[in-house]
Design a protein around this ligand. Sequence first.
Ligand SMILES: Cc1ncc(COP(=O)(O)O)c(C=O)c1O
Length: 420
Amino acid sequence: MSGSGHVPPPPGGWRIPLVRPDVPAFADVAGEIEAAVAAGMLTKGPALARLEAEAARWLGVRQVVGVANCTVGLALVLKSLATVRGQAAGGCATPATCPLPALARTPGPAGPAEVIVPSFIFLAAPAAVVWAGMRPVFVDVDPETFTVDPAAVAAAVTQRTAAILACHTFGCPCDMPALERISAAAGVPLVIDAAHGLGSAVGGRPVGAGGLAQVFSLSPTKLVVSGEGGLIATSCDCLASALRVAREYGNDGSYGCAVPGLNARLPEVSAILARASLARLDVVAERRRAAAAAYRAALDVPGLGFQTIPTGATSSWKDFVISVDAERFGIDRDVLRERLAAAGIETRAYYSPAAHQMEAFAGFVQPGQRLPVTERLAATLVALPMGVHVTPDVARAVADEIRAAGGVSRVASDRSASVV
Ligand SMILES: Cc1ncc(COP(=O)(O)O)c(C=O)c1O
């Protein structure tokens, strides 16, 4: 089996699935859904407006624009950059909070715009770059945090760079101060794939406020769920206005269309679910922290490694991954996955293959380009079950199976691990 191989469930199904959505109780949304249906108000209604206002307050940004999903949100942000650059030249509506005026780089040579993006990322991000008509330029990630390496980003900036796209990978906040410095020095907007970011924080403040825009996902594997959905957070009013038009086919209300858009609206029922889900985010995030702490304590054995969450940062633990060093642990990642599958435990080889190893993006890889950290992570990381069903006891049970698979009977130390 290759790292990306599909591991089929055992005949009885998964005993412990990889994810189970943490959905609000139906009673908490039934009244609002009934009212929306009775009113025939299924899209562009009050629930979306309330969700956007509440999420903006939660994230500490001027504007949140709800969209159909994070992938389309990323594509629309990238596609809207040209529009907002033009507007910013004429004076941004929110100069105090908008980073655009600082990004007035003179246009480079003709040719397709480039977006610098880590290859160690979910495939939706480079796909969004391509759908926006741009070229992904893949760079490596930090071996400890698995988030993009700022030095690699700085080295990849050219006259063609239209944006830097970083990610709060698995919920670990990326190095915003370093990336914002690079963004400002190069005059290139910083956009964040914050799909995993609801539940993540730095210095106790939710991620979401840095860069030009951060795009969150509300799909069922996340901490805040709406079925499908996305939230674009920005403090640039120009960008928010452009996005509200772009998510509406490009129709600004006059039936004129200056920029071709998409139908990327977030329906009312999804917005109702998302509001109820956002209200429980602290509780859901705390549960994941407890599960992550149990995993860490029970997997402190030679040959297994963890993602490092920087001091002062908090992960959402959207995913809990471990690295497997075959020599020290006794078996490699893929054999471990097979043994866990035989015990009814579902895992995923995130992210394997990495984006630059995928057929869809082969045309964007420079000849002979190697991304050693990304390639090592793609070969050695495995995501363990995480979600509402993973109590600390369940995490310890999964860890018992992992240690048994590697022939390890005890953890290396008796100290209990704490995680952030
Ligand atoms: C890092 C990352 N980016 C983007 C996406 C796409 O999000 P969506 O499914 O809302 O389009 C995901 C989905 O899980 C993701 O993990």
